[in-house]
Structures are given as C-alpha cells and as structure tokens.
Write a protein that binds this ligand. Structure first.
Ligand SMILES: [Zn+2]
Length: 382
C-alpha cells in the first residue's frame, strides 16, 4: 500500500462525479473495477491535478486524466503550437498551429470530457506563477516539462508546499518516471543535484525524439497519478523507472535521500564534516590529494562511484567504476581485499557509508573522497 502521507487530502468541496447526467455510462468500465467503484470515481472527480508542460508528455497525460474523470486540470504552458510538435503532441491538430497551447488543449480536452474543469496558466511555471495560493489548491503536480531549470523549480516549490510530483523525462530512446512525495523522501534534486549537474540533458529540439516514446511515458505519469489518488497498488514513490524503447527493458532504481540536498536535506555541511571526522575505520582523501595520487600514477587505486547509475552516466571521475551503494552488499565478494580503494558519491555522505561497510567486511585500504564529486569538480582544471 501507499505511504499514508500520500493520501490526497479531502480538502475540496464534494462534487458529484456525474454532474449533468446521473445516468451517464461514461465511467461504467472504470467503476466496474472493484478497486475503483463509485467511491473511487467520486474521488477522481474531486481531485485537481496541475499539468506543467503540454508537450509530448503532457498531451497523453492530460488526455488520459481527463478520460479518467479527474475533476479539474490546471494547464500550464507558455508556448504556442508549432507544426513540428504535432507528431507527438496528440492534443493538437493542424488547425491549432500558432494557437497558445493552453487554449488549444482546453478546447480539445473539454470537447472530449465536457465535465472537466480547467484552469489555464499561459505564463508557464515560474517563481511567481501559479501563485502559492493557487498552487496549494492542487492535489498533485505532473512534471511534464522539457527542461531542467523548470524541473528544479517545480521540485522546490512543490516540496515547500508539500505537494507530490509525478516526474517524467525522455532522452533519445529512454524514458524515466519517478514520484516525489511532497512530504518526505527523496526529491528531484536528490536524484540530479543542481550544482553538480552542469551537463544538462538536451531537450527534444536538440536531441530528437520519436513521438511514441513520450506517449508511453506520459501514460505512465497519468497512471501513477490515478494510483496515488485512489491509493492503488505501489506507487513509484522514491524510485526511478527507466524504460528503454529499443529493447523494452524496464528497470526500477531506489533513489537515495541526500542528507545534504539543498531542497530536502536534513544535514548541514558542517554536520556532515563532523560525522565524517567521527566515522571510524575508514580514512579520507581530499580532492587535491586524489588528483596528485592519480597524476603520480598510483594506478593501483580503484575509484568506486557509489552513486546511482544515472548520476554516473551524467558525469563521473574518469577511470572510476560504478558500484551503487544499494548493490554493494551483493557485490562485495567480487572486490579484492588487497587492493586500494577510493570511494566517492556526490558530496561524501553515501560513500562514507559504503567505506564503513567495506572496512567492517575486512578491507584495510579504503578511503572516502571528502566532499565527493562536488569537491572534485570544483578543483578540476578548466
Ligand atoms: Zn532532495
């Protein structure tokens, strides 16, 4: 079952789910599922979801949410419809070209689901828009945006207001989906820390995209939203789903909480350094000492990156090997105890835990990179 913190607060006035026609058969098939029933349908009708970004992800997500009988959709996008959007942005037709996306989307969605209420945000998602007052009315945000600055902003504002976010992104032939609980657990910034993330993932315009992939991933977002609202099954809370369109592999990875996360972290840098000094058994090495050691051809050093694979893929210390913290226990036997190891993560907190595990397993030559990749990249020659 879902975490209790995820229960959508019944803070809105109750509305009947079939306002105009109690005899409507519209939701018959959905209501027939015992896990949904009339009660579930009622709950969907009382729920407000803000869809940020009405492009390749937001189009299918908004359509399926409207189709499921969500009461109100906030539609947020600053752009106008372009011809090159049409292959994947299935909300729009040829005659919508040049129209503001929010208006074309409203037209299509309300024609499809006449009982749907909409609220339009044509200025996009900014620090001030929608205002906190308005944002607080929404039960859930779907992050269907196509750029990282917007994702960081959604993450930060949603976390401050305690609103959960269903996030998704696509890159070339891979899609990813995650759920960030507004009240706790890891956030988007824990997954992709803003400071170290200099190599931005390019958007569709730069990288290219095949329309069916955002279609699939946007549907995943709508499904996660419905599951959260109805408290069905297991949500992707705190986990990242990776979908590879070329071989149809699906992987789910646990997102570690970053104690030093600037958005949700509980530990200050000073506290972290304190703990680091207190930690027994494993030694530490500074970024500049490590650089000197590598330059001095201490080639017996094995650099282990204990972050998640997607962090490693974005950027890493050259020559390092990926060994995510959550796989360490299973793979510890494959490591040679006589070798010398330096472990690192983003800021040094996860790798400190990993070091302690190695030391207690009998490894003697283990060091933690103080300050992690952040410290390493800070002294990297330009
Ligand atoms: Zn965080």
């Amino acid at each position: 079952m879902l975490d209790a913190g995820f229960t959508i607060a019944e803070k809105h006035q109750r509305r009947p789910f079939l306002k105009n026609n109690e005899k409507s058969t519209r939701y018959l098939r959905q209501v027939a599922l015992p896990e949904i029933g009339r009660r579930g349908q009622q709950k969907l009708a009382q729920t407000k979801v803000l869809v940020v970004g009405l492009g390749g992800l937001g189009s299918p997500a908004a359509l399926y949410l409207a189709g499921a009988g969500i009461g109100r959709l906030g539609l947020c996008d600053i752009d106008r419809v372009e011809e090159s959007n049409l292959p994947r942005q299935v909300l729009y037709s040829h005659e919508d070209i040049d129209k503001p996306k929010v208006e074309a989307a409203k037209h299509r969605l309300t024609a499809y689901a006449p009982e749907l209420e909409t609220e339009l945000f044509a200025d996009g998602f900014t620090e001030a828009e929608p205002s906190d007052e308005i944002l607080k009315n929404y039960d859930l945000i779907l992050d269907c945006s196509d750029n990282q600055p917007c994702r960081y902003l959604i993450n930060r504002r949603a976390r401050t207001l305690g609103i959960s976010v269903v996030y998704a992104a696509i890159h070339r032939f891979e899609g990813q989906v995650a759920v960030f609980n507004g009240r706790g657990g890891p956030c988007y910034n824990c997954l992709f820390p803003q400071k170290s993330n200099t190599a931005m993932v390019p958007d569709c315009a730069q990288a290219g995209v095949i329309g069916v992939l955002p279609g699939i991933i946007g549907c995943h977002q709508a499904l996660e939203a419905i599951k959260i609202i109805l408290e069905l099954g297991e949500s992707l809370e705190g986990r990242l789903l990776l979908f590879n369109a070329l071989n149809l592999d699906v992987r789910k990875l646990k997102i570690p909480e970053e104690p030093l996360c600037e958005v949700c972290g509980t530990e200050t840098k000073a506290e972290s350094e304190q703990i680091s000094k207190k930690s027994s058994g494993c030694g530490s090495i500074s970024a500049s000492e490590l650089r000197r050691a590598i330059a001095g051809d201490e080639s017996e050093i094995i650099l282990l990156d204990v972050r998640q694979p997607e962090e490693y893929l974005l950027e890493r210390i050259e020559g390092s090997v990926t060994l995510p913290l959550d796989e360490l226990d299973d793979r510890i036997e494959s490591l040679d105890k006589d070798k010398s190891y330096v472990l690192y993560c983003r800021s040094g907190a996860r790798s400190r835990l990993a070091c302690e595990r190695l030391v207690s397993a009998g490894f003697q030559r283990v060091k933690n990179l103080t300050g992690g990749y952040l410290a390493w990249s800070a002294i990297e020659p330009v």
